[in-house]
Design a protein around this ligand. Sequence first.
Ligand SMILES: Nc1ncnc2c1ncn2[C@@H]1O[C@H](COP(=O)(O)OP(=O)(O)OP(=O)(O)O)[C@@H](O)[C@H]1O
Length: 571
Amino acid sequence: MGFWVSEEKWLAYLLFAVCVSITLGGVYVAVWANKAGGNLVDALVARNWATLFPVLVLNFLLALATPVLMIIGSVFRQLLELRWRTWLTRHYVERWTQANHFFELEREGVISNADQRIAQDVAQFVDITLNNILNIIQVVVSAVSFGVVLWGLSGELSFSVFGLALAIPGYLLFAAFAYTFGQLAVVHWAGKSLIGLNNHKQTVEAEFRFLAMRLRENAEQIAFYHGGETEGQRLSGAFIRVRSNWVAIIKRTARLMFARDAYSEAFSLLPLLLALPRYMSGDISLGDVARIRGGLGGPAGGAFGAMTSVLNLFVQMYPTFTLWLALVNRLRDFSWAINKLDAKPNGFELQRGGDRLICRDVHLLKPLGQPLLTLRSLDISQGQRWLIKGASGRGKSTLLRAIAGLWPHGSGMIRTPSHWQVMFVPQRSYTPTGTLKAALCYPAEATQFSDAQCEQALRDCQLPQCAVLLHEEAAWQHKLSGGEQQRLAFARLLMQRPDLVFLDEATSALDAETELTVYRHVLAQLPATTVVSISHRPALDSLHDHVLDLDAPPPFSFNHPQREGASGYFF
Ligand SMILES: Nc1ncnc2c1ncn2[C@@H]1O[C@H](COP(=O)(O)OP(=O)(O)OP(=O)(O)O)[C@@H](O)[C@H]1O
């Protein structure tokens, strides 16, 4: 709803007002056409050319006006839809990408398929909401307008029961309401289970798409494992859920349509039967009968038909309404999940300031609260080179996540100098699709660096063959080998020159010689940069002057024996 109070609200109101005006214009034309249609029948009955000709022209013009209004209305509705969807998509994308929500949603597993909620649900939500609102306005205005027509044509229905004289004014109007509410009750009874089924449909369809997307993204690894068959079974399993939901929807929709159509066919003669008493008594003309029931060369639907069909829009909207409720639920869950993340405080006291990285009484927990690692004290000064060691699963990467503010589970104080630019290089760095230069400069803009700088960094990191490909576009995450992508991440470091860099097994795919070469380049070219590495490789020991060994008895940390004189911490 934020769109309607945003900075775009005035244009949105204007477009909406145009859409509503066109809808009202359509209703006005329909009422006018009903009257003109009745006059046409009466002119035909009178066999009078003088009155017939102008009525014929008017009927022709009114028939022309209806599609013209519909086309203009559709263009303005789509313009409004475009603006609303753009605003909502921007809003959801911002919420998703802000403060690493996209990562936290996946880490906590709070909701599934956040991406598809933004890409698909938003579009459908806007489309259905706008259509339904305009439909409801049309229904209400048409109901009032044709209600007045029907009331006028009804007069009073007089009859006697056991000698008692009764008169019902506006009986056609009451009959139209009774007829439509009866149909609504029948349709609701037949189709109420569609709400849950449509809700489920969004979920199972999204799960199926997600599995297919994961197969595409991890094609190589799955092929190496010969996992095609297993993935095929998973996809088939997911599709079976889509299919059985679909079958249930088909059954319920068929039941709903049968109930709706059986009801309207059963009462198809009702308008004529209701008009007959007044026609036979001479109170109304044949043209009036045509205005009530339609046909006879006059108005297509008749006032009774128009009244019931506008009220019927509620009935027709029922299946879309069930889908709309499902979409609202999914988008509301998305906002709820992000609000939940925002409301959940980070357990760590993350400070910015000072001239060193400081950790005090850091207790890392797993998401369900099991203790993972305790670090009483760690001080890392500018220019130092630290190596963090420890068995697999000890909590090394989680410690880095906590320092980066990406791990909320735990407690303790972590302070990073405010002026330090920090970079984290994981085992598999993100390599975006596009030009190689853009992938190299990520997350900075490619224009911030010259080609010469990029080429030099690539050569220093043992990627001379890539220097000539800077402006080639490709899906580099698939085209470059794992080791090449790791060297590309080191080249990024040489260009961005951070003050503090965390290298989390960032050379695991390199041979020992290349590993040492790229490390030496980084250490030599970035002498003031603080380097914190996580590695299981002993070869890297000599490149670091401090070691934090998480497998050693607490307090874990000590100076590297070959680098005497550097300060370490012993608590
Ligand atoms: N999102 C998560 N949800 C649940 N448990 C997690 C999550 N992330 C990490 N863990 C658990 O925390 C523990 C520490 O993981 P971490 O990745 O920090 O280990 P590590 O020391 O870096 O291991 P390795 O050397 O194998 O990379 C593991 O037991 C892991 O299963």
